[in-house]
Design a binder for this molecule. Structure first.
Ligand code: SAH
Ligand code: SF4
Ligand code: F3S
Length: 450
């Protein structure tokens, strides 16, 4: 029986979490998930459409897989995720070795589809849902370290930032039942996991209305701060992180909840995208640089030890040197601990594609991006140097890539710390004093084993 499935995942954490849901759906119906692609009868590629280069990478991968298919002619390839949703059937017309495509809200259809594919049929399921959250599915955690895990708490996005394809690939925003989220966190903790990251494109919009049929009182809603508290209560030994929050609704209430619980990690990812008021408006981000900096002040006030990370786009439509300088200025003011930095890539069907011009030449985009990267590199190194001498509680995640004798873990601020193994094991907490650093990593020594 041809029932072995290999899943390859690209894109954001949400895609990785979805692949674990896909694994669960297929396993339940008798399919086996394999970690060696050469054993697979079905290859599922969970794709990302956020920038053109993400899609080009998938197309290249499909060409590579042709060789494998020549040797194992029964192997069928399916495309899942955001590129499947964006391109729909067109993708099967353009890529002749793709047999089926499945959008992010249609994964429950996979077992049935794989059954048909065996007969050589070509299939597409890309209907988006207003309610699907896969709340009842317990993800199959493969490729796991057994210590850290993701939990999807909501799906979709309707912020419609002008450059962004996600609202079109992931559909309307919807929140998952908090009881199932807490249940999943508790279950992970009992299995030995020590950290969960709650995932959504904009977690601050999390909102669940209890189905009690009573009056719509505000207290009947579970919002993100309440959800964070509920998950933090699972155990003081379970760390809780989250991603991503949109600056426009990062509330003081959330910061207060974060301050109240030691096990809620002190790290906030707050994508700025640009430091220019004009660019932010054109991007439809719905905040000004002043508003953003006010939120940064609030974080520093409530959570003095909190690290702050960001996303930024260089060379959005009509960006001037002055706009670019405003972004550099924003980086100097906030002094991010880490940043994901991107060159603007025009995505079909977005507001920008319909109404704006991709008018910044590629070499200018590249130069601006490089300036941001260089500045951020200096800032990260300076920030890390300030950590020398400090002691942090670290959750040990595994053995260092460089040496068997060293372990690595993260502090609450999400910084990676490498240190000599001693008698410690992954999964334990340890107190580590930072002794040296690079711009990416802290190096430390054990001071006290808890
Ligand atoms: N929901 C998250 C972001 C998801 S996409 C948020 O709103 O913060 C991750 C990052 O990719 C974005 O923050 C943005 O910086 C970048 N990005 C999105 N669309 C892009 C595009 N068309 N070109 C370049 N970068 C883009
Ligand atoms: Fe895209 Fe904006 Fe939604 Fe983030 S908030 S996923 S950038 S539309
Ligand atoms: Fe990419 Fe889709 Fe995530 S476009 S970034 S995989 S939501």
């Amino acid at each position: 029986m041809k029932n072995k499935v290999y899943i390859e995942t690209y894109g954001c954490q949400m895609n990785f979490a979805d692949s674990e849901i896909v694994g669960a759906i297929l396993t339940k119906e008798g399919y086996g998930i394999v970690s060696d692609i050469n054993e697979a009868d079905f290859i599922l590629i969970n794709t990302c459409a956020i920038r053109d280069n993400a899609e080009q990478r998938i197309r290249k991968r499909l060409r590579e897989l042709k060789a494998l298919q020549r040797q194992r002619q029964w192997v069928r390839i399916g495309i899942l995720g955001c590129m499947a949703e964006r391109l729909q059937k067109q993708l099967m017309e353009e890529e002749d070795n793709v047999s089926f495509i499945v959008g992010p809200d249609a994964y429950r259809k996979l077992p049935e589809m794989l059954g048909h594919i065996k007969d050589g049929e070509k299939l597409a399921e890309t209907l988006l849902s207003e309610v699907e959250t896969y709340a009842d599915i317990e993800p199959v955690r493969y490729d796991t370290n057994g210590i850290t895990a993701y939990i999807s708490i909501m799906r979709g996005c309707q912020n419609y930032c002008a450059y962004c394809v996600v609202p079109y690939t992931r559909g309307r925003e919807r929140s998952r039942d908090p009881e199932t989220i807490v249940g999943e966190a508790r279950d992970l903790f009992e299995k030995g996991y020590r950290e969960v990251t709650l995932l959504g494109q904009n977690v601050n919009s999390y909102r669940w209305k209890a189905e009690s049929g009573k009056q719509e009182a505000e207290s009947e809603f579970v919002g993100f701060p309440q959800l964070m508290a509920m998950v933090a209560e699972v155990s003081p030994l379970l760390r809780v992180r989250f991603a991503t929050s949109h600056p426009k609704d990062l509330s003081d209430e959330l910061l207060q909840v974060m301050a109240r619980y030691d096990n809620i990690c002190k790290c906030i990812h707050l994508p700025v995208q640009s430091g220019s008021e004009r660019m932010l408006k054109l991007m439809n981000r719905r905040y000004t640089p002043e508003w953003y900096l006010n939120r940064i002040d609030a974080i520093r006030r409530y959570l003095p030890t909190c690290s702050i990370t960001t996303d930024v786009i260089a060379g959005f439509c009509s960006e001037t040197e002055e706009d670019h300088q405003a972004t550099l200025e924003m980086f100097r003011k906030v002094r991010y601990d880490y940043a994901y930095m991107f060159k603007f890539s025009m995505r079909p069907n977005t507001y920008a594609a319909k109404h704006l011009q991709d008018d910044i030449p590629d070499d200018v985009k590249t130069r601006r991006l490089e300036e941001i990267i260089a500045l951020q590199g200096e800032i990260a190194l300076e920030n890390n140097k300030k950590e020398i001498g400090k002691t942090y509680e670290v959750l040990i995640e595994g053995v260092s890539h460089r040496s068997e004798q060293q372990l690595f873990g993260r502090n609450s601020q999400n910084k990676v710390i490498v240190f000599d193994r001693g008698s410690l094991e992954p999964g334990q907490y340890a107190m580590i004093r930072v002794t040296r650093c690079t711009s990416a990593t802290l190096i430390g020594e054990v001071v006290d084993n808890k």
